[in-house]
Design a protein around this ligand. Structure first.
Ligand code: ADP
Ligand code: ADP
Ligand code: MG
Length: 674
């Protein structure tokens, strides 16, 4: 922590009660800092969030409406009423929802309530991509070549695209959250992209203005954190690289960026500050840039709010950005100058999403039957808004938690991240932890050779942990042996066994895994076990108990952590992004097991199934209709994303089993083919 920050006089000028107009991890994050500052907190919540963690953490809670955000978290009126009802003097909006809504901040101002964010002018001018680009250019910030005008129609889009030169990107001026953009490589794609971007912009943002700009190939996304006060001071707090994205949404972020030279960093920082000053920016904000292979950087957009990934900046600067936001909103001066900002060490954030990487990262929902994050320490931080037993619903963002690690350098930081992901145990909701492990252990990540296309290039079909070659098969077989030995030891202790027929913790087994048979011998030693496999003896020590989800131990002296789940006869082991199912059986049983019938998976070619729980928005086919492979069949909306389901092959629809407006379960049949 910068020493100057401690000089803030506690409580001076600062609010006594604030309302947090958000939910989930960010609401909890804001409440933590407010509490540290001695400020009372008010949570708002929808009917779906009665038992949510942010409501439990706050001093008071106000119910603001039904589950859909449009009837609760997005209703400015309700938030203002909640402030008046509880006497909150200021509102922290978090990110998403009303955080960048100028009208909301005006309403608060009219009611005499402070907005913990930038002024109305900055919100308005930076909230619109076309306008913000113009302002950026006037402030001498590098911008991406483009039309910078609202496109009237598809023909105008094509004319502009030709003038810019393909490839181009069509973008919604009101866009956000990776929505409302399309890449086009030729005229036809440009026309289609224009229609799609326009449609998505209209339905997501109620504003169908679209513009076009050059598409930068193989770019990196690097953004600058800025912070301004009401006295004209603006500083930048280093950068964050957020190049690892899927569907234009961030997955892993880090600070600093491996790619920037001190010169590029300084000129990006200075341009970001120039832009912030041009709109009289008074809060924490982020200026996003796209950087090409030659380190040319171009302004993308400015996010006039706290960013999801702000914690990596907090780690490297030692600052609490929420505290600073609250203080500058109360009129305090920035307690340090640009020259006093120090960035030290390395921080990485991984976003843990309820989604299925094996199904093209589609959102998942369900109850968190197990939710056990790694222990927090100086190098490990977990920001979350859920707890064991909580439900992840279709109504809100699918992010379950953020895991942030810190190290003196990138290597240590990555190792901590890999370790902490291995200890993060979630069951009940499909999640992306194995995928994140694979990403942070990928050689391209270690080398820093990443771009916004990396995930699409390396994982074109998504990521299925069960289909990965196990990271270290010998280790897993050995662990399986020790796990089963522990199970047998426990079984032997069960009382009242028939004399003469007592169970023995036998030692020679066959491990069946990945269609292969691996004979092993597991023998106890004074401090653990030795496992003979393939002519080699491995030493294992562990304090693992049957039922523990994490198997921690030393394998030949090396520390490891493997996640274990028992499913009847099968042990499911997860390690470094891969997953393997195994059975540990006496040899004779293993032989007989080969004769067991295998259940065939049903043939699904004849059905169109909903790939996720969601709402059936549109259906493009009726019974009797012939369909062509690739043709759009239905649109399912979940987690604010529209997902188009297409025909896998030519055929004829025989039955329609769902209607527009239906709530669909995962794998529910929508159409049947002849
Ligand atoms: P960041 O840039 O902070 O990483 P994103 O741009 O991914 O974050 O957006 C943060 C959150 O805000 C996400 O939950 C996203 O869905 C939501 N969000 C951002 N912009 C909008 C918008 N214009 N409309 C609706 N939701 C948005
Ligand atoms: P959002 O408001 O949805 O966050 P951004 O304009 O910040 O939209 O873009 C999101 C992501 O889309 C960027 O991080 C980048 O990966 C990609 N992107 C946006 N514009 C371009 C462009 N002109 N060329 C290449 N990629 C782009
Ligand atoms: Mg962005």
């Amino acid at each position: 922590m910068l020493s100057v920050v401690k000089d803030f006089v506690k409580g001076r000028n600062v609010f006594t009660k604030i309302l947090v107009a958000n939910r989930g991890e960010i609401a909890c994050r804001v409440i933590k800092t407010a509490r540290k500052m001695g400020i009372a907190t008010v949570a708002v919540y929808s009917e779906a969030d009665k038992d949510a963690l942010h409501v439990q953490m706050a001093d008071e809670g106000v119910l603001i409406g039904p589950a859909p955000a449009a009837q609760s978290y997005l209703l400015a009126e309700r938030i203002v009423e909640a402030c008046q009802q509880t006497g909150a003097e200021a509102v922290h909006p978090g990110y998403g929802f009303l955080s960048e809504n100028a009208e909301f901040s005006q309403r608060l101002a009219a009611a005499g309530i402070a907005f913990i964010g930038p002024g109305v002018r900055a919100l308005k001018q930076m909230g619109d991509k076309i306008e913000s680009k113009q302002i950026a250019r006037d402030a001498r910030v590098n911008t991406i070549p483009g039309s910078d005008e609202v496109l009237r129609d598809a023909e105008r889009a094509v004319a502009c695209a030709r003038a810019i030169g393909y490839p181009v990107m069509l973008k919604a001026s009101a866009g956000g959250g990776g929505k409302g953009m399309r890449v086009a490589y030729n005229d036809q794609e440009c026309r289609e992209g224009f229609e799609r971007a326009t449609g998505e912009a209209r339905s997501s943002f109620g504003d169908d203005r679209v513009f076009v700009e050059k598409y930068i190939t193989e770019p990196r996304h690097i953004e600058i954190q800025v912070l301004g006060d009401a006295h004209g001071n603006v500083v930048y707090l280093g950068e964050r690289e957020c190049s690892l994205q899927r569907r234009n949404q961030k997955v892993i972020e880090e600070s600093p960026s491996v790619f920037l030279t001190p010169e590029t960093r300084a000129s990006m920082g200075e341009q970001a500050v120039a832009l912030a000053k041009a709109v009289d920016y008074q809060s924490a904000g982020t200026v996003e840039f796209i950087v090409d292979g030659d380190r040319n950087f171009y302004f993308l957009e400015m996010n006039t709010r706290l960013q999801v990934e702000h914690a990596v900046t907090e780690y490297v600067t030692g600052l609490d950005l929420v505290e600073l936001m609250i203080r500058v909103a109360a009129g305090e001066r920035l307690p340090f100058t640009q020259a006093e900002v120090r960035c030290q060490g390395w921080a990485i954030e991984a976003r843990i999403y309820a989604e299925d990487p094996a199904r093209k990262f589609l959102p998942a929902v369900g109850r968190l039957v197990r939710f056990s994050p790694p222990a927090e320490s100086d190098g490990v931080r977990v920001d979350t808004g859920v707890y064991e037993g909580a439900e992840v619903s279709i109504y809100y963002d699918p992010m379950i938690a953020k895991l942030i690690t810190y190290g003196r350098d990138r290597t240590q930081c990555i190792a901590r991240m890999a370790g902490a992901l291995g200890e993060f145990h979630i069951q009940g909701v499909t999640h992306n932890i194995p995928f994140l492990q694979a990403l942070v252990l990928h050689p391209r990540f270690a080398q820093g050779r990443i771009s916004t296309n990396t995930i699409a290039e390396e994982y074109p079909d998504g990521y299925d942990p069960a289909l990965q070659a196990p990271k270290d098969l010998t280790l897993l077989i050995t662990a399986g042996g020790v796990i089963h030995r522990r199970y047998r030891e426990r079984a032997v202790q069960i009382t009242d066994q028939l004399p003469g027929y007592e169970l023995a913790a036998d030692e020679s087994w066959m491990v069946l895994a990945g269609g292969e048979r691996h004979p092993i011998v597991v023998e106890p030693t004074p401090d653990g076990y030795q496992v003979k496999h393939d002519g080699v003896t491995h030493r294992v020590t562990t304090d693992w108990h049957f039922g523990d989800a994490l198997f921690r131990g030393r394998f030949n002296g090396e520390e490891v952590c493997i996640q274990v789940e028992r499913r009847q006869l099968v042990y499911r082991l997860r390690y470094q992004g891969s997953q393997i199912d195994m059975m540990v059986l006496p040899e004779r049983v293993a032989e007989l097991y080969a004769w067991m019938p295998v259940k065939q998976a049903p043939n699904l070619d004849k059905h169109l199934l909903s790939p996720m729980p969601g709402l059936l928005m549109r259906l493009y086919a009726a019974a009797g209709d012939p369909v062509k492979a690739g043709q759009d069949l239905a649109v399912v909306e979940a987690m604010k994303m529209e997902n188009v389901l297409r025909a896998e092959q030519d055929g004829v629809v025989s039955r329609v089993l769902a209607a527009v407006g239906d709530s669909l379960a995962v794998d529910q049949t929508i159409l049947e083919f002849e």
